[in-house]
Unconditional design. Structure first.
Length: 409
């Protein structure tokens, strides 16, 4: 090929590429349906961690094909209403979750001590959070050995089949109606017999919830979500109904729980005694005191009551959450990247490297200058109401309603 032909060919390729890109850009600009999809998503699913609205519109002649999936039927209905109101023709091919092939088993229970929940349905995907045994979840769909689930705090993630069991509504109601225990030691084991020297059945961590069948020789006989049976030392557990009636998120109890986890290693995505990230630590501490709070620091900061934003720590009480990060500028928004819990005496406890205590006392030899300099604000979630804050004594997710009506609100 001579040089002139080569130049002409490259020019033609460039022209075709330019024309193709321009055509795609024009199609994108002319896609009226996409604008409505964006508006509905912003209204109903601004946080993809807790709401799924993965929808797009492709043009087909004078109409659109709506594709994707969502677990928000109201959002899909609103989208279709908006398109109809504007006279925009479309074909609805949106998959609503849960999928019909689940055959009614849309309820799930975590069946191992700690299940790792990931951003995608594969073991190499990012660990985004964890769930402990007995946690009820909504199963949205199954795919090649993985289930897409939603936890009680709303978090959407993937768990492999070894971590969850699916239940019908009737099976789930039977489980909720059963008596249960909650395991309270940071970690331990269950056994084949009512004997600490017998064969272990599995490991357990604080927060695991199991059905209780009987009481034998200082042990609870328990049943796992998958039907397996074992014995748990009564010293290390408590009847769930008694426990939920006894916890009240007092500052003293929150601090005591937090200190039991001292030295726990930092684990990105961790929310259990097997490892915690910063928000996973505060979430775990509050859960073990009867309260479900949002998963991430950037979600936790939007709950509760503002106590301080000027480094005036005089009004803080144990249990308050301190948030750290980067302040907003003219060109960038605020970024919350860390959270810890106030324990009093100018100190807070947090997971950073490991769970440890730091001080805001500028005169102290171990003053935490790094976190002091990136401190943003303190919020109080204890005894507060609002979206994302769930008190188990008021809206129990582990027991049937008849078992929690006797608990004072």
């Amino acid at each position: 090929m001579n040089v002139f032909k080569k130049i002409n060919l490259l020019a033609l390729v460039g022209l075709l590429t330019f024309a193709s890109c321009n055509k795609k850009a024009e199609e994108k600009e002319d896609n009226k349906a996409q604008a409505y999809i964006k508006d509905v998503k912003q209204e109903y699913a601004p946080d993809k961690r807790v709401a799924l609205f993965d929808v797009e519109a492709t043009q087909a002649n004078d109409a659109y094909i709506l594709k994707g999936e969502s677990n928000l039927p109201d959002a899909v209905s609103v989208l279709k209403e908006k398109l109809n109101a504007e006279g925009i023709s479309f074909t609805d091919s949106i998959q609503l979750l849960p999928t019909t092939d689940l055959e009614g088993k849309t309820n799930g229970l975590i069946k191992i001590s700690v299940a790792n929940l990931r951003g995608e349905g594969k073991h190499s995907a990012e660990l985004v959070t964890q769930a402990t045994m007995g946690t009820p979840v909504k199963i949205l769909k199954n795919n090649e050995g993985w289930s897409l689930i939603q936890t009680p705090d709303g978090y959407i993630s993937w768990v492999d089949y070894g971590g969850v069991i699916g239940l019908t509504d009737a099976e789930f109601e039977d489980w909720k109606a059963a008596d249960k225990i909650i395991y309270l030691n940071p970690y331990g084991k269950s056994f084949e017999k009512a004997d600490l020297k017998s064969q272990p059945v599995s490991d357990l961590v604080a927060g695991d919830i199991l059905e209780v069948l009987s009481d034998q020789n200082g042990f609870y006989e328990v049943k796992y979500p998958d039907g397996q049976k074992a014995f748990v030392d009564k010293v290390e557990a408590m009847g769930y109904s008694d426990w939920v009636a006894s916890v009240d998120q007092s500052g003293e109890d929150l601090v005591a729980t937090a200190k039991k986890l001292m030295g726990l290693p930092y684990l990105w995505g961790g929310t259990s005694p097997k490892g915690v990230d910063c928000s996973g630590f505060t979430k775990t501490v509050y859960f073990l005191n009867g309260m479900v709070i949002p998963r991430d620091a950037s979600q936790q900061v939007h709950t509760g009551k503002l106590i301080d934003s000027t480094k005036n720590f005089e009004n803080l009480v144990p249990g308050d959450l301190l948030f750290f990060g980067r302040k907003a500028t003219d060109s960038t928004g605020e970024r919350i990247i860390h959270v810890g819990m106030w324990i009093g005496d100018q100190k807070f406890i947090h997971s950073m490297g490991n769970v440890h205590i730091s001080t805001m006392d500028t005169t102290s030899a171990d003053f935490d200058e790094y976190n002091y300099n990136r401190y943003l604000r303190t919020k109080r979630i204890n005894n507060q109401e609002g979206k994302g804050l769930l008190y188990l004594a008021k809206k129990d997710i582990f027991m049937a309603k008849k078992d929690s009506t006797s608990v004072k609100e």
